[in-house]
Design a protein around this ligand. Structure first.
Ligand code: GLA
Length: 408
């Protein structure tokens, strides 16, 4: 009797601790490099190592991009005990050695699976093996799991259940593993993903390396077939601001900054590449929207413009601000979109995007945007400080986003 009671008590405590333990895994949006948009399924251990090296050498790790996220294409099936194994040709030293290498560089590392028998790329996935796979990932030392939804039924209930099952398995795995939910916003995960154990959830179809789809689809779901450009994604994700916060972020998918239309999945469905102004806008908008920042260009070969965009510490600080508020989009018309993001020290970030095709000048009345009591502005791209009054006049190039940090 006592023994039974003790066992019940002990297991309740274990579940409680496991749940409590996973509470603060993403106080600010995760940042790092994700293999998908440039390398697709063509990944291996020497590439991952060289990417980790490049993250350190380029200063990206020290700027906050402390994760390497391995996406689809690493799997080699299961062994005779049904343990997942990596592709032995791509990862001959095994996952533990690779994870140790990335950790030795002062970085964290993520892995990928799917809530069905096979992943989007057709590789072995985790349905029915959740606990076993979570333990395997934990034993290898992974810190993050991106959990995809190809090959799974379309209804909400099943999705919620399958994500919940994997999240419970991760909690029991003995390691803190951040959980990224990837069902592309099709079942409004902002309503349930946090409760199901996710620290972030994709809100849209896969991003393509383009500014905007020429035929904007009527529903978010249709974006899968026409390809989501930066603006198609902004127009969905910006409306979801009230659902985001510490340990539960809207994920508008990876940064295409620096890809320049190079081959890879982001080039599919008309991804022709963007200009540096547009890449700078993506970075600005993602940071205003408190988004996970997942770089996908080849960080071993970045040009100066790409480095300047990705390494702008003042922009990153807006994304990573510990208040964890996603900007509210206050204005949306044929010329402008304006975003306001409150920051932890009382400053306010004001984002001004010109969506038209020519340079425009805005006369912004701060009170109309709900901003009061600010006397100074810092242009986070131009790096200039100015005194401000009730209005700000600013010239913005086509597709450019300016961000001002407004201070007392
Ligand atoms: C889906 C996801 C992508 C990527 C691929 C991998 O399309 O949305 O981000 O992970 O699968 O196959």
């Amino acid at each position: 009797m006592y023994k039974k009671f003790f066992l019940f008590f002990a297991s309740t405590i274990t579940v409680f601790l496991a749940t409590a333990q996973n509470k603060n895994l993403a106080p600010t949006p995760p940042m790092g490099f994700m293999t998908w948009n440039y390398f697709a399924l063509d990944i291996d251990e020497s590439k991952v190592k060289s990417l980790a090296d490049a993250m350190v050498e380029s200063g990206l790790r020290d700027a906050g991009y402390n994760f390497i996220f391995i996406d689809d294409g690493w799997q080699g099936g299961r062994d005779n005990k049904n343990n997942m194994i990596p592709d032995p040709k791509k990862f001959p030293s095994g996952m533990k050695a690779l994870v140790d290498y990335v950790h030795s560089k002062g970085m964290k590392i993520g892995i990928y699976s799917d809530a069905a028998p096979l992943t989007c790329g057709g590789y072995t996935a985790s349905l029915g093996f959740e606990e076993q796979d979570a333990k395997t990932f934990a034993n290898w030392g992974f810190d993050y799991l991106k959990y995809d939804y190809c090959g799974a039924p379309t209804d909400w209930q099943t999705a919620i259940k399958r994500y919940q099952t994997m999240s419970e398995a991760l909690k029991k795995s003995g390691r803190d593993i951040t959980f990224g939910i990837c069902e592309w916003g099709d079942r409004e995960p902002w309503l349930w993903a946090k409760k199901s154990g996710g620290q972030l959830w994709r809100t849209t179809a896969d991003i393509r390396d383009k500014w905007e789809s020429l035929n904007p689809p009527k529903t978010a779901y249709e974006l899968h077939s026409v390809g989501a450009g930066i603006m198609n994604i902004v127009n969905i994700n910006a409306e979801l601001n009230k659902f985001a916060g510490p340990n539960g972020w809207n994920d508008p998918d990876m940064l295409v900054v620096g890809l320049y239309g190079k081959k890879g999945p982001s080039g599919d469905l008309g991804g022709v590449g963007c200009t540096d102004v547009e890449y700078q806008s993506q970075m600005s908008l993602w940071c205003l929207m408190a988004s996970p920042l997942m770089i996908t260009c080849d960080v071993r070969n970045m040009n100066d413009a790409t480095k300047r965009i990705l390494l702008n510490k003042d922009v990153i600080a807006i994304d990573q601000d510990i208040l964890g508020v996603q900007a509210e989009r206050k204005i949306k018309n044929d010329t402008w979109q304006m975003f306001v993001k409150p920051l932890s020290n009382g400053d306010v970030a004001l984002g001004i995007l010109n969506v038209s095709d020519k340079t425009q000048t805005a006369n912004i009345n701060l009170a109309e945007l709900g901003i009061a009591g600010k006397t100074k502005s810092f242009d986070v791209w131009g790096k200039t400080t100015a005194k401000i009054s009730a209005t700000i006049k600013v010239s913005v190039a086509a597709h450019e986003t300016k961000i001002y940090r407004l201070m007392k």
